[in-house]
Design a protein around this ligand. Structure first.
Ligand SMILES: O=C[C@H](O)COP(=O)(O)O
Length: 282
């Protein structure tokens, strides 16, 4: 199946790749380290190698499972990336319960989500904290996956585009075009995830048109602020009740470069199917 045409120009500075499709599984607060090992092993069997030529597959386990996942992935040379779901704005010190970017980097984490709506809502993380966490990730050579998304009231009021672009602005406050377009390891750009809150864990996936409308607006906003080349290099993911059945439609959007998958990433067969569809471009 042919790959879709992208709306933005190719860049090619990032490890010779250009917005390679990224499927990231956010396990949230699920799975012990032993269960995590089981899921990664199952994934290694379920995701065909050919998929990984086209798509990047990443899992985001809880902190307690990161060491086990690292050992498995590096020991068995599994072609699966991994990262964390959060990090501290601080690098070290008396911050009980916090985990620093340096600690994650020591476990060779490649990615970390910042600004997930669950942390914004339940842990009162505002845009300034999100921007500080993105900076902390980049300081330690980890690519932040910066999440934005509107609630149902905003969507019903028809203000979702303005809300998400302004949340993006504030969540990237203080970051430079160099950081956005190449501040990660080996010049990797940051990643943005559009996750409408009303679609998270509800089974109510956004329509492909809804998802593309916001992701397109986010890319346009990046272009305004940081220049078209930087905007074209950033991968924008959609998240919110993504399942195998909805993957092809969502990923058809020219500004949608992958998916941040929650519940479905805990099921190896379903997640592998999402990865297959994403890689196939169908
Ligand atoms: O980070 C993932 C999102 O919150 C989506 O979760 P979900 O796929 O369970 O709706």
């Amino acid at each position: 199946m042919a790959r879709k045409e992208r709306s933005a120009p190719r860049r090619g500075a990032f490890q010779g790749e250009d917005r390679r499709t990224l499927i990231a599984g956010n396990w949230k607060m699920n799975l012990t380290h032993l269960e995590a090992i089981g899921l990664v092993q199952k994934l290694a069997f379920s995701v065909p190698e050919a998929v990984l030529d086209t798509a990047e597959v990443v899992v985001l386990p809880p902190f307690t499972a990161l060491r086990s996942v690292q050992t498995l992935v590096t020991g068995d040379k599994l072609p699966v990336g991994y990262g964390a779901q959060d990090l501290s704005v601080h690098d070290s010190g008396a911050y009980t319960g916090e985990v620093s970017g340096g600690m994650l980097a020591a476990l060779a984490c490649q990615y970390v989500t910042v600004g997930h709506s669950e942390r914004r809502a339940m842990h009162h993380e505002d845009d300034a904290v999100v921007a500080a966490k993105a900076q902390a990730a980049l300081r330690h050579g980890i690519v932040p996956i910066v999440c934005v998304g509107e609630g149902l009231d905003v969507r019903r009021a028809g203000e979702h585009v303005a809300f998400c672009t302004s949340q993006l602005d504030a969540s990237l406050e203080g970051l430079t075009a160099e950081q956005i377009g190449g501040g990660g390891p080996d010049g990797a750009p940051i990643v943005i995830a559009y996750e409408p809150v009303w679609a998270i864990g509800t089974g109510e996936v956004a329509t492909p048109e809804d998802a593309q409308e916001v992701c397109g607006a986010l890319r346009a906003r990046l272009a305004e602020r940081f220049g078209p080349e930087t905007a074209a290099s950033v991968r924008i993911l959609y998240g919110g009740s993504v399942k195998a059945a909805s993957t092809a439609g969502i990923l058809a959007g020219p500004d949608i470069d992958g998916a941040l998958v929650g519940g479905a990433s805990l099921d190896a067969d379903e997640f592998a199917q999402i990865c297959r569809i994403a890689a196939d471009g169908s």
